[in-house]
Design a binder for this molecule. Sequence first.
Ligand code: PLP
Length: 375
Amino acid sequence: MFDFLRSDLTHLQAYIPTHIDSTALDRLDGNESPVDFPPELKQKLARNYQELIATNRYPDGGHGELKRAIASYVNASTPENPSITPEQISVGNGSDELIRSILIATCVGGGEAILVAEPTFSMYGILATTLGIPVQQIPRHEENWEMNLEAADQVISAQSSNQIPVRVVFVVHPNSPTANALTSREIAWLRSLPEHILVVVDEAYFEYCQHSLVGELSQHPNWIILRTFSKAFRLAAHRVGYAIAHPQVTEVLEKVRLPYNLPSFSQAAALVALHHALELLAPVDQILSDRQILLKQFQAQPALRVWKSQANFIYLRLAPPQNGEQDLKDLRQALLAQGTLVRHTGGGLRITIGTTAENQRTGDRLLKILGNEAI
Ligand SMILES: Cc1ncc(COP(=O)(O)O)c(C=O)c1O
């Protein structure tokens, strides 16, 4: 039965989106902003919906106005003032869609692979597998989660005859789940890659890290930067992501996507977000200072291994010998039983920074579970 389905998809582990209706839980598993859109901006959006959006008409399939607004935001928020034009922007139904478009535009049918450094964002590997694209994985150094560049070089140079050549390298800046920004060694390595290899720098957490490689795009036509409105801009519900690249690259991304990939309401929401960027991004400072408080609490626990973070989440493991998958599952479950939902991924726990009250509860609950209530 069902022989018409591709057999290689039978064992594919799909991305597991959590959707929990309980408002009683502290939902710290998705790296979303803990703060909803302000009511007055929701009202503005509702007015847009009533007055400007004709539901019988298809959305703007070219995303013209949104691309212009994104280009202005990117230029204004990048110190190098990179002069990005709207032709260098492609908009997706979340950056997930753009990842798939990139794979279609590069590897599909060509027999070449993508390279990822584990642990990292799982969708690169999942989407590649759904498209029949091989995934080459290299490890990271555990002290600071820098990629093992020697291993990467070996894979890239395809020294052994049975190695599949790499067409695309995916990096996250800062990485999820490990929260580290690219080091200068890693950036130098990316710069040194030959131009027939595409480098995708996923800057989903740019607004928290404030360091971007957009300023270098003009020197590297083989680079694509990905960003999203799902994190600091508080718009995860609307699924808006964008790619910044050379116009010839975005032209192909535009060809391979679906014609009306982004609903009118989502385009309107992203436009409102960009018009009110300062206000919407205001909680970032509080989130970063709460992160430092929580990090300090965790670092004081001998039972935990914690790494510094350049993003709105903290990655931790249990100190050996406790770091088995079952121990981590138990810890996640114990936190959940107390009302805090976190993500178990990449051999550790990834905990999103929430509101100050949520962060205090996270700290208290974790210490209680570890049997050390007094710090
Ligand atoms: C590194 C990274 N890239 C992309 C995404 C997906 O973003 P979007 O909601 O725009 O699809 C995520 C979401 O968690 C992420 O962590």
